[in-house]
Design a protein around this ligand. Structure first.
Ligand code: AQP
Length: 345
């Protein structure tokens, strides 16, 4: 699709980079947890060296549920620092805050005009989140249109995400294809990249639910910045089952399978290979706890260094926003022209 766009049919010729583009985002809606790290952020750290990568703290998405303004500002800076502590290097990738690049909201409107009500109504994340909320904003419903805009603005080829975002990515593709077929080739149609291990880290206490920032489950969630001793205890108290067999079988053994997935993601193996080394739950839990602590220890150390310098973080994010805007601006203009908005004289 990128090459089809590069020759330009609908809105003329325009330059499209020949390197692979990667885009992904994360909400500053709560503490970064092990699921976010293993499902998404760890893969971004690798991607930044292999592709032209854009990573975004999606604060506008966080606004879909009510936020305290001061807490949101602090969470946005803190999340950017934590992403850097995890290994994102603003000199290698483009790291920025969504609301600092105005093109996101403008393209989101064009996406809302392209996606159908029925498509948005089928999004399972809306159903889950609206069921748990007292106040359901209109933006929670239209969230996937903003997400499509985020991705399409960067001529993105690949979107590394956890498994929970699969449906939103499919919708982004559908919207891009519809826009291109109505108005001429405008957007690159992106693909989701979902990791083999760690794509859906489950809650340690209710392992049929995904680990989530907004689910109130302190014992079931491992925060990346949690105290390391507490993490060890949480993993050792994780819910398993009574049959005593270590086997990767997410439907029948969700707790044990979750531990195997976490250990596999931390050690670069598959959950099935990992299961072969264990006949009891105790050693599996101890090794999983040790592997998680080993992954998180250097991240926590680096975060403590970065957290002391918010002004430097703000400077790096401003540079990131400038780099992002320079790419997003021409794509937005392409979309405006394609859909028939009058250019300014
Ligand atoms: N449990 C998970 N396992 C693997 N990957 C996960 N991701 C989220 N939860 C898990 C991935 O993390 C990236 C950033 O997620 P997000 O901040 O955009 O929001 P989300 O998907 O809705 O994640 P949360 O933690 O559940 O946040 P809240 O509760 O605020 O909605 C995405 O790539 C996601 O797939």
């Amino acid at each position: 699709m990128r090459r089809a766009v590069a020759v330009g049919t609908g809105v003329g010729h325009y330059p499209v980079p020949l390197v692979t583009r990667v885009f992904s985002g994360i909400q500053p809606s709560g503490a970064l947890h092990l699921g976010n790290l293993l499902g998404a952020v760890r893969n971004w750290v690798v991607d930044q060296h292999e592709a032209d990568s854009f990573f975004c703290v999606v604060d506008l998405h966080a606004l879909t549920t009510p936020q305290d303004p001061a807490a949101l500002r602090a969470a946005t800076v803190g999340l950017a620092q934590l992403l850097m502590a995890c290994g994102l290097d603003p000199e290698v990738c483009t790291l920025f805050v969504q609301s600092q690049v105005a093109a996101h909201t403008e393209l989101a409107w064009l996406m809302e005009c392209t996606v159908s009500f029925g498509e948005l109504r089928r999004m399972t994340q809306f159903k889950d989140k609206s069921d748990r909320s007292d106040f359901v904003s209109a933006a929670l419903f239209t969230y996937p249109a903003l997400m499509a805009a985020d991705i399409l603005l960067y001529d993105t080829d690949r979107v590394p995400v956890g498994d929970d975002q699969r449906q939103h990515l499919e919708l982004t593709r559908d919207v891009a294809i519809r826009f291109n077929s109505r108005y001429g080739d405008t957007f690159v149609v992106p693909e989701a990249v979902i990791p083999k291990a760690g794509a859906r880290v489950m809650d340690l206490q209710s392992p049929t639910n995904k680990m989530s920032k907004s689910l109130d489950s302190p014992q079931g969630t491992i925060g990346v910045l949690d105290d390391l001793e507490q993490i060890d205890k949480k993993i050792k108290r994780a819910v398993t089952d009574t049959d005593g067999e270590v086997r990767f079988d997410p439907s029948n053994k969700p707790g044990v399978s979750n531990l195997l997935s976490i250990l596999a993601a931390c050690t670069g193996r598959t959950p099935e290979q990992t299961a072969e080394g264990y006949s009891q739950y105790g050693p599996l839990k101890s090794d999983t706890a040790a592997a998680v602590v080993e992954v998180l220890t250097p991240i926590q150390q680096r975060y403590r260094e970065l957290a002391g310098d918010p002004a430097e973080t703000a400077r790096l994010l401003a540079l990131g926003a400038d780099k992002a805007a320079a790419v997003a601006g021409p794509v937005l203009q392409r979309a405006r022209a394609a859909i028939g908005l009058l250019p300014r004289a």
